[in-house]
Design a protein around this ligand. Sequence first.
Ligand SMILES: Nc1nc2c(ncn2[C@@H]2O[C@H](COP(=O)(O)OP(=O)(O)OP(=O)(O)O)[C@@H](O)[C@H]2O)c(=O)[nH]1
Ligand SMILES: [Mg+2]
Length: 190
Amino acid sequence: MAKDITKILVTGPFAAGKTTLIRFVSSEQLLSKDVKATDGLARFKAMTTVGLDFGILHVDETLDVHLFGTPGQARFNFMWKVLSRGALGTIFLVDSSSQRAIDEGKKMYQYYRNKADTPIIIGATHRDKEGARDLEVLADGLGAENANIIPCDPREKEDSKTLVLALLQEVIESDMNDEQEELVDDFELM
Ligand SMILES: Nc1nc2c(ncn2[C@@H]2O[C@H](COP(=O)(O)OP(=O)(O)OP(=O)(O)O)[C@@H](O)[C@H]2O)c(=O)[nH]1
Ligand SMILES: [Mg+2]
């Protein structure tokens, strides 16, 4: 049976958990380019991504999801443009316990929202930490009031898988025209 291959992006500010999500959710992790953080951010985090992360999630025998993770530091924003080519959607992770991450995330989220014509779903990470914002407060902080925001601990495979599947659901829904949506509604009523 032929397999479908779907490409999705994993992005978001510094230290949100992008590399961790790809590492834990992937059946095969093929690439990760983490190096010692050098600039002022090294005070917060020892290792950071400079190139890209890449992993493959085998959803079932018919579907593989290829996950491309971007670096989080703002000076690598250009990578997003390169990596987003052909992607069906984006997972945007943000550390919901850090005001600095939310402020940085707002700029990034608005930038991507304006550029991307594919769905973006937000994964709220670091929820086990003190000071983690409520999801409504986070949405407000990111300027993402209408977005789908899902709590996620990237160290938990099931959490990350839920996020990937929720994004795929949005991709399918955004591809449907009104007539097809009516058919689905009718079917669900049966
Ligand atoms: N407690 C806690 N730690 C987390 C969570 N998500 C990620 N981490 C940890 O946060 C650290 C940073 O995670 P990374 O996956 O390297 O973050 P990143 O987004 O790839 O970072 P950059 O590549 O530097 O932008 C790691 O030590 C993770 O284990 C979470 O939800 N809770
Ligand atoms: Mg990383």
